[in-house]
Write a protein that binds this ligand. Structure first.
Ligand SMILES: Cc1ncc(COP(=O)(O)O)c(C=O)c1O
Length: 450
């Protein structure tokens, strides 16, 4: 299995051919989902004692399994948070797979870590974080939030002089679900701060802290820089001021919204992000990298090292080596795919201006979609979009009708659009990220709401 012989050459030829076909898809088809019993009927089990003809396994993949996967990088994928990797980043992802990089430490992966750190520095500069900021790439926003908030909790406990104290984080109802899961895992309680015009403000935070019992137990604030449901950015400058005054850790979850830091038309919304103690931005969302890739940055990486650094006899060689950067020290994982490299490669090839243009274009499409909705009497725009999410009401529809509409769009392979809830009402939601999504696609979708 490990030699490159004639049989391997045959597999390589088939796989390279498939890679050529996949990378040439333009636009990427949406495909559809199928039910578990349908896939079971179409696919025959492949795993046995003696193996199969590689061509037969590939044929099953291309004819049954791949079409049963909705492609998050289709310009018609407008649900949840889409993904839209550049072709260059996808190609380089294949290279990373073939390069067998274990991105734990400088000793074993110096070249990869150097390049990933260049990409992290690019993101830190977008946010305006100080020179000393640093971190690592992890699997996704959830993993990044967990790693960052473990550091926030332990730093808070240290300040309180009690390493077992149950501390609290200030959050809102719009804090991402992964942060709630993180708080459960870390045994951290919430201080729920009321929203002001659908966002967390410094004023509301101060009031909540002043009126809560035991404000000293609140050690961190989790702010949104792009809420997932509505694409809204919290009052980061106001929050930063309160965090400074009260010595609180400021964590900014920009997993989705962070890509908009590139766009001059949106950058002003992020004022204050440069003061975050920890920051999460997912290149696999709006920075056009392939799944899965989240950037995790700390203002003071030494605090993260003190929480996540792993110590064992067999790791002494890693920990005693000086001068290098060990990504394993900045998140809870050890073995790590060098998942920042596809992003680095694509950014190096295309340059930041191309990314800036793509993000601006998506913002324009979003504004255009809002305009279209405003022009249709049976639809109601619920908020002016600030990033790339549009929420609207189809007047007269209930939750069942929204669900039926969404199902039909998916069955027709027209678009993936799923409803959400907004102020306790079921509504329609369009999330834009792909620069290839056009207003013609939006018109086709809106035409199905009549
Ligand atoms: C604001 C925000 N935070 C965190 C996450 C979780 O990221 P992931 O799905 O990469 O784990 C998401 C996902 O959409 C998000 O939008």
């Amino acid at each position: 299995m490990h030699e490159f012989d004639a049989a391997t050459q045959a597999i390589a030829d088939e796989v390279f051919e498939l890679l050529r076909e996949l990378v040439a898809l333009d636009p990427t088809p949406l495909n559809g989902t199928i039910k578990p019993n349908e896939v079971a009927a179409l696919a025959r089990p492949m795993i046995n004692e003696t193996g199969n003809d590689p061509a037969a396994v590939l044929e099953l993949f291309t004819s049954v399994l791949a079409p049963a996967v909705i492609r998050a990088d289709s310009p018609r994928f407008l649900a949840w948070i889409p993904s839209a990797p550049t072709k260059a980043s996808m190609l380089f992802d294949a290279v990373v797979s073939l390069a067998s990089i274990s991105g734990v430490s400088w000793i074993e992966s110096a070249g990869a870590v150097w390049a990933e750190n260049e990409a992290l520095r690019f993101i830190a500069d977008l946010a305006g974080m100080p020179e000393g900021a640093g971190g690592t790439f992890v699997q996704g926003g959830s993993a990044a939030n967990l790693s960052a908030l473990a550091v926030a909790r332990d730093t808070g406990r240290r300040r309180l002089g009690d390493n077992r104290r149950r501390v609290r984080f200030a959050i809102t109802v719009d804090t991402h679900s992964s942060v709630r899961n993180t708080m459960h895992l870390l045994d951290v309680a919430p201080l729920l701060v009321p929203l002001v015009d659908d966002r967390l403000t410094g004023g509301a935070l101060a009031e909540a802290l002043d009126s809560c019992d035991d404000p000293a137990s609140v050690c961190a604030v989790v702010a949104n820089a792009g809420s997932t449901n509505a694409g809204l950015v919290d009052d980061l400058a106001g929050i930063a001021r309160i965090c400074d005054d009260r010595n609180l850790w400021m964590h900014v979850d920009a997993a989705y919204g962070g890509g908009a830091l590139l766009a001059p038309s949106a950058r002003g919304q992020f004022a204050g992000i440069e003061r975050s103690d920890s920051l999460v931005i997912d290149p696999h969302k709006w920075l056009y990298a392939p799944l899965d890739c989240a950037a995790l940055l700390y203002r003071d990486p030494s605090l993260a090292r003190s929480v996540h650094g792993q110590h064992a006899a067999y790791l002494d060689s890693v920990n005693e080596q000086t001068g290098g950067w060990n990504p394993g020290d900045y998140a809870y994982q050890l073995t790590r795919r060098a998942r920042g490299l596809p992003f680095w490669f694509s950014l190096a090839v295309h340059g930041a201006d191309a990314y800036r243009d793509a993000v601006e274009h998506v913002l324009e499409i979003t504004r255009g979609a809002a305009e279209r909705i405003r022009g249709l009497p049976h639809l109601e725009l619920l908020r002016e979009p600030e990033l790339s999410v549009v929420l609207f009401r189809r007047i007269g529809w209930d939750a069942v009708q929204y669900a039926a509409w969404s199902d039909q769009l998916m069955r027709d392979h027209e678009a993936l659009v799923v409803p959400t809830r907004w102020h306790d009402e079921t509504v329609a939601r369009l999330a834009f990220l792909h620069p290839g999504t056009t207003l013609e696609i939006v018109d086709e979708i809106l035409a199905t709401t009549h």
